[in-house]
Design a protein around this ligand. Sequence first.
Ligand code: HEC
Length: 152
Amino acid sequence: MQENFRKQITSLGRLLMVFGLLLVTVFMGIFYLKNNPDALKSSEVYEVLPADESEMVLLDAQTIAQSGFINDEGVSGVIQNCTQCHSAKLVTQNRMSKEGWEATITWMQETQNLWDLGANHGKIVAYLAKNYGPERKGRRQNLTNEDWYELE
Ligand code: HEC
């Protein structure tokens, strides 16, 4: 009888110990989160825009300056969409025509999980082609104001 009672006490003690340890762990977790409220948030700097967002969230001048992108129309959409997977440098070190940027974006969409840019697509490509277009053209631009005649 006494032996049985001792066994019961011992297992009760173990149970209390496990429970106590669990409680301490939970309290430590709560304490940590209280002091680091951002611990569970992802560390991404910029918000991902839903693809169907027609208006991009306009960023403030300081954020734009820190991004390394030229501040011009459409820059907010570029920063929010193009700095999620790689640095801005990877974008700004490039010089491409409109077609080149289109091709790069298509390539990323097909192979790198880049999302549909939705209504911002056109604005982003226009921004990139204007501010990060080819610096020097290898050949002169086509003449646009000539009246050509057909060769017989
Ligand atoms: C979903 C992830 C993702 C997003 C978002 C993304 N890219 Fe990329 N991009 C990649 C990956 C992956 C690479 C290849 C990186 C490497 O080679 O190290 C890449 C490479 C590039 C390159 C270099 C291509 C080359 O030929 O070297 C450019 C330029 C680029 N991205 C531009 C952009 C632009 C502009 C946007 C916004 C419209 C964008 N990226 C958004 C994933 C992404």
